[in-house]
Design a protein. Structure first.
Length: 309
């Protein structure tokens, strides 16, 4: 018996919400196949699309460790599972590559074993995969990948995650330039302290963005998509960032910023037509400085992981 699951890429931070906001994309994403085995324990039998970069040792692999922790929690440590991981996302893109595969794995295991836990209760195990990937069990990628939609992580102790409403015409464009920014490097350059005035400005934008989503107020969403804490520092790692961001705004984007730790740049847009125009404008801006890129356009993915077969 086996199951194949897709889980989506994500945009973490969503401009002003560093480590507390995230949203799920329609594409790209990763696929995981899990099948039961008579041999006890978790084994990773195959990984594709990683150019040999990912470990097959389940204790060192984000999918493997998450599934192991999940089996321990449900009292099934001896259950035999074989995992095949198909990486269909770029590494170091800022699109939650590790989160997508981790969520696909934990979700698939739970489905295969008869859903002993609710989908929401799978989150702590997916977060363990993030601990392996970047040293911190943060949820701003795994939570939207698992729950779908837009999420707010109100607290980590205790873990408190809230799904936010998604306005009906909200679209996301993401451009991924063919450069790589390691999450650990992007975290290391951040300042450990910020001014009180800067913090107040950021809090106001987070509150405004959440209010804009609830009210379906696109103007308020636009005014709130400003990151005065992280973007000024991390943007120096992305060639052409300012010109790409301005090209998006000039073509009708509500706003945008760095997706996760970068180098991908996301924009929120009202309607599919504007989103398409913004995507092409960002692609052109990168092209003008000699950087090739991938472009993705989709509504916010409200389904999260799905069973393919």
């Amino acid at each position: 018996m086996s199951i194949r699951v897709f889980a989506p890429a994500t945009v973490a931070n969503v401009a002003c919400g560093y480590d507390v906001l995230g949203l799920a994309l329609g594409q790209p994403g990763d696929e995981v196949i899990i099948k039961k085995s008579d041999k006890a324990g978790v084994r990773i039998t195959e990984i594709t699309g990683d150019d040999g970069r990912l470990p097959t040792d389940p204790l060192k692999n984000t999918v493997g460790i998450s599934v192991i922790k999940y089996l321990e929690a449900i009292g099934a440590k001896e259950q035999g599972l074989e995992i095949t991981l198909h990486k269909k996302m770029p590494f170091g893109s800022g699109l939650g590559s590790s989160a997508a595969s981790t969520v696909a794995g934990v979700f698939a295991a739970n489905e295969l074993l008869g859903k002993p836990l609710t989908q929401e209760n799978l989150l702590p195990f997916a977060m363990e995969g993030e601990r392996v990937a970047c040293g911190s069990a943060h949820a701003d990628n795994v939570a939207p990948a698992l729950y779908g939609g837009i999420v707010l992580i109100r607290s980590y102790k205790p873990l408190d995650v809230i799904k936010l409403p998604v306005p009906s015409e909200l679209y996301v464009t993401v451009v991924h330039p063919h450069i790589e920014v390691a999450t650990k490097d992007a975290r290391q350059i951040l300042k450990s302290n910020i001014s009180f005035q800067r913090a107040i400005e950021q809090w106001g934008n987070v509150g405004g963005l959440v209010a804009g989503l609830y009210q379906e107020d696109y103007d308020l969403i636009s005014r709130s998509l400003k990151d005065v804490v992280v973007e000024p520092v991390r943007s120096i790692l992305i060639p052409g960032f300012e010109s790409v961001k301005q090209a998006a705004l000039d073509n009708g984007a509500l706003g945008g910023s760095i997706s996760g730790s970068g180098p991908s740049i996301f924009s929120l847009c009202k309607g599919e037509e504007i989103a398409g125009q913004v995507a092409e404008a960002k692609r052109k801006a990168f092209s003008e400085i000699g950087i090739h890129c991938d472009v993705y356009v989709s509504p916010v993915n409200q389904a999260g992981p799905i069973v393919l077969d």
